[in-house]
Design a protein. Sequence first.
Length: 78
Amino acid sequence: MPRVYVVRQLMHIIREFTGKHAPIDEFIRENRSLFIRLEEAHISSRYMPRVYERDESEELVRFAEEVIEFVKSIKSEA
């Protein structure tokens, strides 16, 4: 398994592994801006100090939880 830290890249790996292209592609497309913001938060937390507002942090945490639940649902269908 490759070491990957970009969430969209991980989703594409899951897509290829499970063969569930349509639902994963749709989920990525519908949430593209949130994926980008989540990835930017990860990068900035490691390399650039940045302060997040509470509502922005909560939104990204909710989205991360949504991604986890989505992947679990894909896994349970496999």
